[in-house]
Ligand binder design. Structure first.
Ligand code: ZN
Length: 251
């Protein structure tokens, strides 16, 4: 099922994305919900981020060829950093280029959405704590990142965490996901999660050994090779098989 949050007439609602419409649900994705006989056309709604994470954990350099394209070594253990929840925007929202950067880049990524509170779990148990998967764009001010040791400034600007459009729960961590990023319709990244250095179960286990994960927390699993610059007026899309397309405008 493809779970979404959306807004219509300034009211926030939750629903299930069907082909060209949304069926409203009552309740909570993570616990229990009821599907209602209430439908909306996609043309009349605005997407909201599908979750409100308490934190976003990103994994850096998790694809060999991406580490190499930026002349970075392959990490010995997952290299993680945080993005603030205040950076989150939804499908079709605008990424704002900050004045203090001249090189803002896209990073199309698969994101895990945590479904249950967990701490210090084993890789083999990770599947029980994952609610589903969504598309993520780890927007980065690359000039600032290269200038500093800490990633916080480069990764944390408002609008630097596009997420959505939906959370798909009907897929598993054993599946391979094809990830494509397009800028103005041109293919820029074409990767597959089978090329991750650290896979989904190991990432869940490692991160939960450091910090307790809560329902709605997001883990962005790293970007394949092909990162590049975004300019004012660009349209950037992250497409993942079985999930859909996260589309954002750049201003
Ligand atoms: Zn990234």
């Amino acid at each position: 099922m493809k779970f979404v949050r959306f807004k219509i007439d300034k009211v926030e609602k939750k629903g299930i994305l069907e082909k060209n419409r949304i069926r409203r649900i009552a309740g909570n994705f993570f616990t229990d919900y009821t599907a209602l006989d209430e439908y909306y056309d996609l043309s009349e709604i605005q997407f909201l981020p599908p979750v409100k994470p308490s934190k976003i954990i990103c994994v850096g350099r998790n694809y060999r060829e991406h580490a190499m394209e930026l002349n970075n070594p392959i990490p010995k253990r997952p290299l993680i950093f945080l993005k603030p929840p205040s950076a989150v925007i939804a499908n079709e929202n605008i990424i704002k280029l900050p004045d203090i950067s001249n090189r803002v880049e896209y990073e199309g990524e698969l994101a895990i959405v945590v479904g249950k509170k967990c701490s210090r779990i084993k890789p083999i148990d990770a599947v029980h704590y994952i609610f589903g998967y969504t598309c993520f764009n780890d927007i980065t001010a690359r000039d600032i990142q290269l200038d500093e040791k800490n990633f916080t400034t480069a990764k944390s600007f408002d609008t630097f965490a596009p997420i959505g459009p939906c959370i798909e729960d009907n897929i598993t961590s054993e599946e391979d996901f094809n990830i494509k990023t397009l800028v103005n319709g041109k293919l820029k990244q074409d990767g597959n999660t089978r090329d991750m250095i650290f896979g989904i179960p190991l990432l869940m286990s490692f991160i939960s050994s450091i910090m307790t994960l809560y329902p709605g927390d997001v883990i962005a699993t790293g970007t394949p090779k092909g990162v590049g610059v975004l300019k004012k007026g660009d349209v950037v899309e992250v497409f993942i098989d079985k999930i859909g397309t996260l589309k954002n405008y750049v201003d």
